[in-house]
Ligand binder design. Structure first.
Ligand SMILES: [Zn+2]
Length: 250
């Protein structure tokens, strides 16, 4: 099966890579849906609450600060780095990720080749003027004052992740689907493919008959589709970087 994966990567020229939580666990980022998932112990702040209540904005910033203290220093792992190597030899059409840890960007995947469907925790975005900035100064202000930070324009600052009840960005979704339309191989890595519309991106590629590879430890929602070319059950970090190395050496 690994040989087949190597062959598919070798033959491909425009790969759509779709990634989920399973590629970041090796960097120490917990899988939200796992048994330790924070969503089980916290009351999520919905987007309309964030926009209308200073108390909920404070709750949100408090949660994000705790997250940042816990795993903000996480570093990219071999999977993120192997995808950068594929980009350098011009084999990447797009990396589309569900992860909000920013590790693809941190590893060196370029902005033009990256769609962070659910946003990123590594940037802060003003909800009025959309300007983005680095998180650390805002966390420092919040830690000092306990007040949710404001933009110089007066708008509410918020980590650039998509919150519950917040719409996905239509322009980013369009970039993902355009890439799905152009790719000649779709690879879903470390995702259970259960969260839509994100998981519909690789599916869209397969509608044109594009080969579709799924590597994930445990079941995925796409396992029984006839359009799946290759399904490998196992740890992405143990399988994919080695396969990419072999394909690049071929
Ligand atoms: Zn602003």
């Amino acid at each position: 099966m690994i040989d087949k994966l190597v062959d598919l990567i070798t033959a491909a020229e425009r790969i759509l890579v779709f990634t989920g939580a399973g590629i970041s666990t090796a960097s120490g980022i917990p899988d939200y849906r796992g048994p330790q998932g924070v969503w089980k112990t916290r009351t999520p702040v919905f987007y309309d609450e964030f926009m209308t209540s200073v108390d909920r904005r404070r709750d949100y910033w408090q949660q994000k600060m705790e997250d940042a203290e816990e795993w903000g220093a996480a570093e990219p792992n071999e999977v993120h780095r192997a995808l950068v190597r594929l980009e350098r030899v011009d084999k990447i059409e797009m990396v589309v990720t569900q992860n909000v840890d920013g590790l693809h960007a941190a590893a060196g995947t370029s902005r033009e080749k990256l769609v962070e469907i659910h946003g990123t925790n590594r940037e802060i975005e003003c909800q009025t003027c959309r300007e983005r900035s680095a998180p650390e100064p805002h966390f420092a202000t919040f830690r000092e004052t306990g007040d949710p930070p404001l933009c110089h324009c007066g708008g509410y600052l918020k980590p650039a992740t998509i919150s519950f009840g917040q719409n996905l960005r239509a322009d980013e979704m369009a970039r993902a689907f355009d890439a799905a339309d152009r790719c000649d191989l779709a690879m879903a890595l470390g995702s259970t493919l259960t969260v839509n519309p994100a998981a519909s991106v690789p599916l869209y590629a397969t509608e044109r008959g594009t080969p579709y590879v799924i590597v994930n430890r445990g079941e995925t929602a796409h396992d029984r589709l006839r359009t799946v070319t290759l399904r490998i059950d196992g740890d992405v970090g143990a399988i994919v970087p080695g396969a990419i190395e072999r394909a690049l050496a071929a």
